[in-house]
Design a protein around this ligand. Structure first.
Ligand code: B12
Ligand code: SF4
Length: 518
């Protein structure tokens, strides 16, 4: 007798170039299956980032005649390519398995996925744990999925999309199926030997940055920003420390500091319980840091905080106004000097370039700001600036469509090439901007002495980084400072290297082989 299919396999596809530096746990997969797990269904996960060469064999081993659904989590850009490969591979093994896509790309472009990729059966947009469970139930019982919030599916009249629920989902930490991950030591960040757990302290963001997908996603929500209860956040931290030996928590909130008193209460509670753990915050805004006192920052540091990711975005006041950052260049310089007074905290700045109406002069302002930040705060980090990509639903998407007749990529394959560090330019880029952006991208690796800040120096990757820093760094800094973009061969070399790394995935920056000292 054939047993009914009942097994779910969740797959995290290979990521873009940034995953060479950051490889956090695939939390998206765990969150998506919380309700399914509660109902007793058998779930297994596969993280292709950990087996870039052998994922097909690994996946094949996991697939059995009982496999019902394969779920894939997809961010726009490179992950799409691997998601397509996974879906087709699954169908080639067993066409009866249903393939479901979720995650940020699925949230914004479900129709495009189903129109272009026959091997994907369903797409779930937005918060998904309940909808995914409803979909699995409907597949098991053969019922119609027409009312599942956020689901897109094919019908005789084309691709249909059921609206998502306009609210956040709150998942209790006790329900997160952390046990699905066998080994936490394989995750982490470049140069850090830590067991890192990502978690939320708040959901959402009340701001309206014109380039960001979050305001677009939360537009219809009655509340666009909801903090988690303080006790629950600290219980969660305590739990992952005790159960999984976590020693570092990264808050992956859109923005953690909307309400400084909420963060302070979490920090106070960590202190009150005597919890010893490192803390990092991925979302901080200039207007919020302006409100932080030195005492507040010291308190964050005293309870483990060592990094804050800050959206500086541009060195042009006009552009900062255009994108609604609620701050000026002078504010950015001011908060940087404030943070420099606290050398144990790394201020890590994000920038965006290539925005509509941005001129070469604006970009030079961004360059000047980057240099000033490093001058005033030599320990700060300047992340590689992101090339602007118009995302449907955002304010700037409407702007470029009206003003420049912009059309987003029509096909999935085109979306796979749109990376924040990718090689493309738009009609609104004025003369000389493309070269200047390429130069900023390459130079940003060198202006803040990243290679020298790496602590582990005993293996060949780190040695290589340092050698490149010493040999090429002076030229990169010269170009950066004087805006010299002629004969920018380095950008071609950079593109060549990133392409090779992405193709071969042969360089493991996390656990590089040690070089024997002579
Ligand atoms: C941590 C993080 C990263 C990490 C990677 C994460 C990791 N696992 O290592 C790093 C730093 C590497 C990274 C890189 C990038 N990131 Co990022 N990142 C995030 C961040 C802060 C958290 C992601 C996360 O873990 N969320 C927690 C999980 C639980 O949420 P979730 O993924 O949305 O999952 C839910 C649903 O989407 C759904 N779901 C997810 N997967 C699946 C699968 C199935 C089958 C189903 C049914 C449902 C489902 O269910 C979950 C529960 O409801 C988010 C912002 C945020 N707060 O979410 C941005 C975000 C995902 N990143 C984003 C971007 C733009 C990038 C970069 C392009 C930025 C850059 N400059 O390089 C790169 C490139 C990524 C790439 N193309 O390779 C965007 C994605 C936009 C988009 N359209 O895809 C986000 C949303 C930020 C934003 N608001 O702009 N990122
Ligand atoms: S503060 Fe961050 S998450 Fe919020 S809208 Fe701006 S960029 Fe997006």
């Amino acid at each position: 007798m054939n047993l009914p299919r009942s097994k779910i396999i969740m797959v995290y596809p290979a990521q873009g170039f940034s995953s060479n530096f950051v490889k956090h746990i695939p939390l998206s997969l765990l969150y998506a299956v919380t309700e399914i797990i509660k109902s007793g269904v058998d779930v297994d996960i596969l993280d292709n980032r950990l087996c870039p060469h052998s994922w097909k064999e690994e996946l094949k081993k996991k697939i059995t005649p009982l496999t019902l659904v394969i779920g894939i989590s997809v961010i726009s850009g490179t992950p799409i390519r691997n998601a397509v490969e996974i879906s087709r591979f699954v169908k080639s093994i067993d066409p009866g398995i249903r393939v479901v896509w979720g995650g940020p790309h699925a949230t914004f472009f479900p129709e495009g996925i189903l129109e272009d990729e026959p091997s994907c059966d369903y797409v779930i947009s937005g918060c998904a744990s309940k909808s995914f469970k409803m979909l699995v139930d409907s597949v098991i019982h053969g019922t119609d999925p027409f009312k599942i919030p956020g689901l897109s599916y094919r019908s005789s009249s084309g691709v249909m999309r059921v609206p998502s629920e306009n609210q956040f989902e709150f998942i209790r930490y006790q329900d997160i199926p952390y046990h699905l991950i066998a080994d936490y030591k394989v995750y982490g960040q470049l140069d850090q030997d830590r067991i890192i757990f990502s978690m939320y302290s708040v959901m959402g963001c009340p701001y309206q940055c014109a380039f960001c997908s979050s305001p677009a996603q939360y537009r219809q929500f009655p509340r666009r920003y909801v903090p988690f209860p303080v006790q629950e956040v600290v219980d969660h931290i305590d739990y992952v420390i005790k159960k999984y030996q976590a020693n570092y928590i990264y808050f992956i909130d859109d923005d953690s500091f909307v309400d400084l008193s909420h963060v302070e209460s979490i920090i106070d509670e960590i202190g009150r319980r005597g919890i010893k753990v490192g803390l990092g915050f991925r979302g901080a805004r200039i207007n919020e840091i302006k409100k932080m006192s030195d005492e507040f920052i010291e308190k964050l540091i005293a309870h483990g905080t060592d990094i804050m990711h800050i959206g500086a975005e541009s060195g042009s006041d006009r552009i900062l106004t255009l994108i609604h950052k609620d701050c000026t260049v002078a504010d950015i310089l001011e908060i940087n000097r404030k943070l420099a007074r606290h050398p144990k905290l790394i201020a890590a700045y994000n920038f965006i370039m290539g925005l509509p109406t941005e001129t070469l002069e604006d970009l030079k302002g961004t360059r000047d700001l980057m240099l000033a930040l490093v001058r005033d705060n030599p320990r700060c980090v300047i992340f590689q600036p992101n090339k602007f990509r118009p995302l449907p639903g955002t304010e700037l998407f409407d702007h470029v469509r009206e003003q420049y007749g912009f059309h987003p990529p029509e096909h999935l394959s085109e979306w796979a090439h749109i990376e924040a560090e990718g090689h493309y330019s738009y009609p609104w880029h004025s003369k000389g901007m493309k070269e200047f952006m390429d130069m900023l991208l390459v130079g940003s690796y060198f202006i803040d002495n990243k290679a020298l800040q790496l602590k582990t120096g005993s293996n060949w990757i780190y040695k290589l980084f340092r050698m490149i820093h010493h040999l090429y760094g002076p030229l990169a800094k010269f170009r950066f400072r004087y805006g010299w973009t002629k004969f920018l061969m380095e950008y071609q070399i950079y593109r060549f290297v990133t392409r090779i790394v992405l193709k071969t995935k042969s360089v493991d920056l996390f656990h590089p082989p040690a070089v024997k000292e002579p």
